[in-house]
Ligand binder design. Structure first.
Ligand SMILES: Nc1ncnc2c1ncn2[C@@H]1O[C@H](COP(=O)(O)OP(=O)(O)OP(=O)(O)O)[C@@H](O)[C@H]1O
Ligand SMILES: [Mg+2]
Length: 328
């Protein structure tokens, strides 16, 4: 079997030290096949960006895993030198963030920024092709524009063009379309998906909004409290969500409501982890854990990843009950 683009095993990462340390990742295990599109979803603070940044070892000084491993394209990112990591980022691992204008240098015209984004320096023809490939109708005009002269959608296309230059193998798009209008957002996501498919690029779409990314992913990883609580093919996760948090998240985001139905919110607040969660981090907000017969186990025993079917795993003591309820 081909090696996965991203191979994470029981990764624990903390920011800060001592009792105030925030455990952003509390044992993440995740394997992403090369060329696939993965949606990483979850509420604010669940650890999505930390997973994305960790892949490029983009961490504050001194932050190293307390436990576990993270492999990118066959390289253990904490075992290689800073120079090797930088080279991987320059050549193979690219990032797209929410605010394209902030990503671009306000003091340089777009053409200049593309020309020197990767080595070797691009020719004018190559820049025109790169901009046409992302659906910008008048590349010559964009080449001579300043970043502030572009709309949000155009600027994000420029940033995508930059991310696609050369031969990237992985693109991490962190809330890359959240700031765009709904119609522009769909077109930009389609563009990212199509270019990634054509070129066999592994795409990670990090988003708090499951519904926004649903059509674009092969697989979905749902994060809660720094762990992956459900991971499986997109159609399974959407059609038969089996983790109570996935169900709650689907009910709480736009798109899932039936006509005349209002959105529900997930009661309670997301956890802020200091040290390892003693049980299931979702237990204080979970219907299944509220049941007296489940309560002790949910609060005091850490669930482990269990396989429901091939490629579909769950982190819940009571997923079988959930699936039985679904089948009824
Ligand atoms: N550099 C940092 N220093 C200290 N704490 C951090 C740092 N980066 C992230 N955290 C903390 O780690 C946890 C996970 O944050 P992360 O940014 O990965 O979440 P997220 O799922 O991307 O959230 P959002 O949807 O808001 O982007 C949060 O509690 C956050 O406050
Ligand atoms: Mg984030």
């Amino acid at each position: 079997m081909a090696q996965p683009a991203l191979d994470i095993e029981d990764l624990v990462l903390e920011f800060g030290s001592g009792p105030g340390a925030v455990r952003a990742l509390d044992g993440v295990t995740l394997s992403v096949p090369e060329g696939s599109i993965l949606g990483v979803v979850g509420e604010s603070g669940s650890g999505k960006s930390t997973v994305g940044f960790a892949a490029g070892r983009l961490m504050p000084e001194g932050v190293r895993p307390r436990q576990g491993r993270l492999g990118v394209l066959g390289n253990q990112v904490w075992d290689i030198s800073i120079g090797q990591m930088r080279q991987i980022r320059r050549q193979m691992l690219r990032y797209i963030f929410q605010d394209p204008i902030a990503t671009l240098d306000p003091t340089k015209r777009i053409g200049w920024q593309l020309k020197y984004a990767v080595e070797p320096n691009l020719s004018n023809d190559e820049i025109v092709t790169a901009l046409s490939d992302v659906g910008l109708p008048d590349p010559e005009q964009v080449i001579s524009a300043w970043p502030h002269e572009l709309s949000g959608g155009m600027a994000q296309r420029v940033v995508i063009a930059m991310a696609l230059l050369g031969h990237p193998k992985i693109i991490v798009a962190d809330e890359a379309t959240s700031a765009l209008d709904a119609s522009v957002r769909i077109r930009v996501l389609e563009l990212l998906r199509d270019r990634s498919r054509e070129r066999g690029i592994t795409l990670l779409l990090l988003s708090h909004d499951l519904w926004a990314v649903r059509r674009f992913c092969d697989n979905i990883a749902v994060m809660y409290g720094g762990r992956i609580v459900e991971h499986g093919p997109a159609e399974k996760v959407f059609e038969r969500p089996a983790h109570p948090y996935t169900l709650a998240l689907l009910g709480a985001t736009a798109g899932h409501e039936k006509p005349h139905e209002t959105l529900s919110t997930i009661p309670g607040i997301p956890p802020l982890l200091h040290g390892a969660s003693p049980g299931c981090a979702f237990a204080p907000r979970c219907n299944l854990a509220a049941n007296r017969k489940n309560r002790d186990k949910c609060n005091s025993e850490r669930p482990v990843q269990e396989s429901v079917e091939k490629n579909w795993s769950l982190l819940c003591h009571h997923w079988q009950d959930q699936i039985r309820n679904e089948e009824r």
